[in-house]
Design a protein around this ligand. Structure first.
Ligand code: XIL
Length: 348
């Protein structure tokens, strides 16, 4: 009896892994943000992930507040777990994020008015962290969200206030010193729709390139809304690709409702989802992939990563206090029309 059950489980896993996933239809890596603890609890989600995708980004466990939570101590355990998962399941590991205003540990406020101390912490942190995972982490979001939420301006983070714009150049240089082969990104949100913000980002990239700073990637988070025009998105990706950098659609999801970009700032426009809305979302996913394939040259296609791939575990509902359906799998872990749309976008 026990043996029969074991045999059934083995056959089931073999048939699951033999099925093709989105990764098998794409010329570039396809990934999702994950938590290794989440996947340990929810093995159904984990197994579907392994079938569908070949890239992982940590949704939280590789951020500064997780690794450097206590002053003077680095806890690399959460990152080690990501590496172990990547190795076990043959996934590319993308590092997110080294420097991000939203994930600075509380103790850092002790040195926020001391540029020398802040710089020396950043240097040590990036050197030790990136150096430890040299050859294991393929690329990093070195600086996340350097620009203001809206419009053409830099975000006044503790790094910016202490070190000026130079903090971005420093972070990239430190990362390159620790792993010269890693692909080094700056990553931001709304740049696909806010043209003023896009242009400020492009100005920053031009400046970094003119200073020979080792930047090699530009990430568009792509937390999209159904009403963002395709033409605007296409323009942004085209301009991004003109920099010559690798282009990562790094945190893709598509919501129906809206929000004001702040935690809890959701605005509920739709309480229920209809078949028409699901079909329209499928078309939008298809359009995004087609635009990416059309305007980003093959050699610059770093890949497409979902910020969670199921409505069961998407961050949107909790973070913005919304009821929404932003992803390609529904809450029962069934593929949505969005899944088929994404696949069509890949030309399959
Ligand atoms: C989000 C996580 O998904 C949430 O669990 C956390 O509460 C806040 O951060 N842009 C980013 C990601 O670059 O790191 C954010 O992740 C989502 C927005």
């Amino acid at each position: 009896m026990k043996h029969n059950i074991l045999l059934l489980i083995t056959l089931f896993s073999i048939s699951l892994s033999a099925q093709k996933g989105l990764k098998d239809y794409a010329d570039f890596p396809i990934g999702s943000a994950i938590s290794t603890w989440g996947y340990n609890r929810d093995t159904v989600s984990r197994d579907i992930h392994v079938r569908e995708f070949n890239s992982i980004t940590a949704n939280n466990q590789m951020k500064m507040a997780s690794i450097a939570r206590e002053k003077g101590v680095y806890n690399f355990d959460p990152a080690d777990q990501m590496v172990a998962f990547a190795e076990k399941y043959n996934q590319r590991l993308f590092g997110h994020a080294l420097v991000w205003h939203s994930s600075t540990p509380a103790w850092l406020s002790e040195i926020e008015n001391n540029p020398v101390a802040l710089d020396s912490f950043m240097r040590d942190y990036i050197h030790k962290y990136v150096g430890r995972y040299k050859g294991k982490v393929d690329g990093w979001d070195v600086v996340n969200e350097a620009m203001n939420t809206a419009g053409p301006g830099w975000r006044e983070t503790i790094w910016y206030k202490a070190l000026g714009k130079e903090y971005v150049a420093k972070a990239l240089r430190y990362a390159h010193e620790a792993d010269p082969d890693a692909v080094l990104f700056v990553n931001d949100f709304n740049t696909e729709r806010d043209t003023a913000k896009l242009h400020e980002t492009l100005r920053m990239i031009k400046w970094l390139q003119s200073e020979k700073v080792p930047i090699s990637g530009l990430g568009f988070q792509m937390h999209l809304r159904m009403d963002i025009p395709n033409e605007t998105i296409e323009y942004a990706l085209k301009k991004g690709a003109e920099t010559g950098l690798m282009i990562h659609l790094s945190e893709v999801d598509i919501i129906f409702n809206t929000h004001d970009d702040t935690q809890g700032g959701g605005k509920q426009l739709y309480d229920d989802i209809t078949p028409e809305m699901l079909a329209a979302q499928g078309k939008k996913y298809e359009d995004i992939v087609r635009i990416y394939r059309k305007v980003v040259p093959k050699s610059q296609q770093y890949g497409i990563t979902f910020w969670g791939y199921s409505d069961r575990s998407s961050w949107i509902n909790g973070f913005f206090k919304l009821k929404d359906w932003p992803t390609i799998y529904d809450a029962n872990m069934q593929p949505k029309p969005a899944y088929e749309g994404f696949k069509r976008g890949l030309g399959k």
